[in-house]
Design a protein around this ligand. Structure first.
Ligand code: ZN
Length: 110
């Protein structure tokens, strides 16, 4: 799965680095909020996502200051390497919102 790089919209995050990387499927929507601190983020085009899609090594990235989380289930992310929390678990409200969104997509395709 491709690796996407994100940056915080505002550089006032004290919990984590300004930029981080996340492993996501191509059909997954971009993250809107930092999984570590919850502040707004945006996806940025990076050399990592272009060059090392196949051979990305989260542990090498961690040495360069990036944190990588991998989606391990619905609303659940598990840290692969780097600083930051080990698990990110969406609230029931978050999951319900995603389910609702997915249902709408299915409806549109019919
Ligand atoms: Zn953050």
């Amino acid at each position: 799965m491709p690796v996407y790089e994100y940056e915080h919209l505002h550089d006032d995050c004290v919990l984590c680095d300004y930029r981080f990387a996340a492993v996501q499927g191509v059909d997954e929507p971009p993250l809107e909020f930092c999984p570590s601190c919850g502040l707004e983020v945006r996806r940025v085009v990076s050399q990592i996502s272009v060059v090392t899609t196949q051979s990305f090594d989260a542990h090498i990235a961690a040495k360069k200051g990036f944190t990588t989380w991998k989606r391990s289930g619905m609303g659940t992310w598990e840290k692969v390497a780097g600083d930051g929390v080990d698990y990110i678990v969406g609230s029931d409200g978050d999951k319900a919102a995603v389910t609702e969104k997915s249902a709408k997509v299915v409806d549109l395709s019919e």
